[in-house]
Design a protein around this ligand. Sequence first.
Ligand code: COA
Length: 331
Amino acid sequence: MGKIHAAITAVGGYVPEYILTNQELESIVDTSDEWITSRTGIKERRILKGEGLGTSYMATQAINNLLQKKNIDPASIDLLICATTTPDMQFPATANLIAANCGMTNAFSYDISAACSGFLYALNTGAQFIESGRNKRVIVVGADKMSSIVDYQDRTTCIIFGDGAGAVLLEPSEEEVGVLDAILKSDGNGWVHLHQKAGGSVKPASIETVMAKEHYIYQEGQTVFKFAVKNMADVSAQIMERNGLSGDDVAWLVPHQANLRIISATADRMNLPEEKVMLNIQRYGNTTSGTIPLCLWEWESQLKKGDNLILAAFGGGFTWGATYVKWAYNS
Ligand code: COA
């Protein structure tokens, strides 16, 4: 028997209906459509509205979309991993709630926290369970309700983030397809530049932390930008080199959608023309764990069996990485 690979065999996605445009943001903070577009590439983002709706709601929709498309019984899923930075609650894990919502009665489930690299971390973790032979059906979902931790009076962060969720199904294959290689990195010294100050065990929520707006995203944009641009490009070039891939061999770059300029720098480094770059940042902004699977969801019909994909991300932590996936099916 040959080596078992973890093939992506289905994708699903969900974005909320409400569209927050640059024009609407102009009426909330001192900014302009021109500034946001030229600095980030973002035109609009989706926002989840509705009392009592959180990350698990969007993840549930994305997974139900996947299951229905392929007519898959949720009880046949062995494991659900949810990548998120905005869990429904501190505990239990959001994945537990999603599994219950979706009727995955036989699955164990847990969350992975790696900020904007969360989906890549979770994808590679899920792939290990398939490759080892332990599990046959693993769902990995990336979901974030970033609007729940964004300060809509802070023009440097509120323009960037949006809400959304995307999911993939992993199944074993003896063909040379699926998650073939990954380079994943983290450097916790970067925490100072991008974090949420309060609400954790170091600084539990109090009246003071709420008044000081310490439950929102704190980001030093320029510093994060510099680290992101270098590390995302470096790691993408490294994984291509390690697998003997040139720009011609790569069908698609599937980048975390943080900033158009970071994505362009990565594509340039990989010698890829823009037609080979999945880009939906203009419509969704940065959905953190949702960006990469949402791209796969939107581009699914254009993907062909055997296509070489490089998935790349950078995020808080700092965390970053790249994953080499050979696409396993034609839609
Ligand atoms: N509208 C208008 N002006 C704005 C603005 C906005 N929304 N946000 C910031 N500015 C102003 C700043 O106040 C500053 O003004 P000053 O020079 O008078 O002080 C000026 O624009 C430049 O600010 P700066 O922070 O240097 O802008 P930037 O070019 O670095 O762009 C980000 C800001 C946040 C878009 C950019 O740094 C970025 O994308 N960083 C990475 C973010 C990221 O990827 N985060 C997620 C991790 S994956």
